[in-house]
Write a protein that binds this ligand. Structure first.
Ligand SMILES: Cc1cc2nc3c(=O)[nH]c(=O)nc-3n(C[C@H](O)[C@H](O)[C@H](O)COP(=O)(O)OP(=O)(O)OC[C@H]3O[C@@H](n4cnc5c(N)ncnc54)[C@H](O)[C@@H]3O)c2cc1C
Length: 452
């Protein structure tokens, strides 16, 4: 049995941050990570030539102060997302080029309906107390409503509805019928509103760390190298009046308290002894993840830029639902990131990799022309099949869950403390939210022991 002051389960951004802050405060820590790499839902592949691909979380935006502070601490610079040109929206086979968040080049009633829906979402977000969305004035009604129902009632123009459904339900990688409206409004509000979550410039996809997310999580893991165990899934956590014991397949570790920093969707795979309080235990059964596939097509050059395009595109229902330029900070190959979510991602997930690649490249060629059909390289990352993420991008709440069980998301259960982006009231679902949650959990265990 090894021991330390504190145990951290999970070496994604939340767990690494918690562990780093605790060691900086002079405490001993052991970090238990299931995968054979740190980073969790961020995963940077760095090649021999120095180029890098972010297969998971990628972008940072203004207001995401905690990830920016961490980057400053580690000396990681950022570079702006390429936005010089027009984005493209494809609906019913017709391409629309546009700038900004709303595609005003579509038929006026489509753009108008999108604009009024945005206004309504902004208004709803303003009424959400992000620390306790279940206390919002309309919480019960919104939590009994699915996103699909809200779209049906508030976005009557079919094309506008399809686009917004893809953008919103896509963010939670699920069908709109699976999502609580209260959850959607809360998540948007936690990041400042729909313009931030769905936007690029000055918003959620404003910039990237030079070197990718790995330029941040690798030095964190390096600083924790002596206390970080990889390939060690925590199987059970037991607590008694003196401390906690975390059991993996081939080792046991003991500490005063444990921070569990895994996605809520899979937190229930760990056995807790004694059993967790009923609301926390049932919460683990009620916050699933969705399906998401992130691919990259690499080309000799970013040919879409010469065509006046940013590379950002959206086409509901296609194998390449969303694309965005994912080029590096210096001259390099042209890189298109392709993200496909929800039901379409599940369909793609069932296909053989070669067929999946063919379907996605076909969609790219239809959108960007014949040059798109001959990438020099193509990568596929199916988060849906990742055992230790339980899907992606983030755990969401179906109807009824936030109002009944949301209050159990953050409070510690005795000596078991919870971190992870899903526990953050601010920037829920983002890397920044994960960092905030790790910092909060570190403060929490120290305060609890100081008070004991
Ligand atoms: C395709 C995709 C794109 C995204 N894009 C962005 C983006 O551009 N910007 C952004 O801010 N966010 C983005 N996100 C979300 C972002 O990646 C996550 O919010 C963030 O990485 C979550 O960090 P975390 O530490 O909370 O959880 P995780 O990163 O999931 O870390 C949890 C860790 O716990 C480990 N673990 C699980 N079970 C156990 C166990 N039993 N024992 C031990 N260890 C265990 C896991 O292996 C993992 O390492 C994206 C996510 C995906 C999947």
């Amino acid at each position: 049995m090894e021991d330390a002051d504190y145990i951290v389960v999970g070496a994604g951004f939340a767990g690494l941050t918690a562990a780093l802050r605790l060691t900086q405060a002079g405490h001993s820590v052991l970090v238990i990570e299931a995968r054979d790499r740190p980073g969790g839902r961020t995963f940077t592949e760095t090649r021999a030539d120095g180029s890098y691909i972010d297969h998971g979380g990628t972008w940072v935006g203004p207001g995401q102060d905690r990830i920016h502070a961490l980057m400053a601490e580690l000396g990681v610079r950022s570079y702006k997302q390429y936005v010089d040109g027009q984005a493209m929206m494809l609906v019913d086979g017709k391409a629309h080029r546009y700038g900004g968040t709303i595609p005003w080049s579509m038929r006026p009633w489509v753009s108008g309906n999108l604009a009024t829906a945005f206004l309504e979402l902004r208004r709803m977000c303003a009424s959400i107390p992000v620390e306790a969305p279940w206390d919002a004035a309309r919480a019960v009604r919104w939590d009994a409503t699915t996103l699909a129902q809200w779209l049906e009632w508030h976005v009557p123009v079919r094309q506008a509805r399809r686009l917004l459904e893809m953008a919103l339900a896509g963010s939670y990688t699920s069908a709109a019928s699976e999502l609580s409206l209260l959850f959607v409004v809360f998540q948007l509000a936690s990041a400042g509103g729909p313009d931030f979550v769905l936007g690029v410039e000055g918003a959620a996809e404003d910039a990237r760390p030079v070197g990718g997310m790995g330029a941040i999580y690798r030095p964190m893991a390096d600083r924790l190298a002596d206390v970080l165990s990889l390939g060690a899934p925590a199987r059970s956590i037991s607590q008694d009046s003196a401390g906690v014991t975390v059991r993996c397949d081939s080792r046991e570790v003991r500490g005063s308290r444990v921070i569990v920093a895994v996605p809520v969707a899979i937190a229930g795979q760990i056995v807790y002894e004694p059993a967790l309080p009923v609301d926390r235990s049932l919460l683990h059964q009620r916050m699933p993840s969705g399906a998401v596939l992130k691919c990259h097509a690499l080309y000799d050059e970013p040919f879409w830029r010469a065509d006046g395009l940013t590379g950002q595109s959206a086409a509901p229902g296609t194998a390449a639902a969303v694309t965005i330029d994912a080029g590096m900070h210096e001259e390099g190959p042209g890189v298109l990131a392709i993200v496909t979510e929800g039901p379409t991602a599940r369909t793609l997930s069932r296909m053989a990799p070669a067929d999946r690649r063919a379907a996605i490249i076909d969609a790219l060629a239809h959108r960007f022309g014949p040059k798109a059909s001959v990438p020099i390289e193509f990568t596929q990352q199916d988060w849906t099949a990742e055992q230790y993420s339980g899907g992606g991008m983030i755990s969401h709440a179906p109807p009824g869950v936030l109002t009944e069980f949301g209050h159990a998301l953050r409070p510690a259960c005795g000596r078991i403390h919870w971190a992870g982006t899903e526990t953050s009231a601010v920037m829920y679902g983002f890397v920044d939210g994960a960092v905030r949650s790790g910092e909060r959990a570190a403060r929490e265990v120290l305060a609890a022991d100081a008070a004991a």
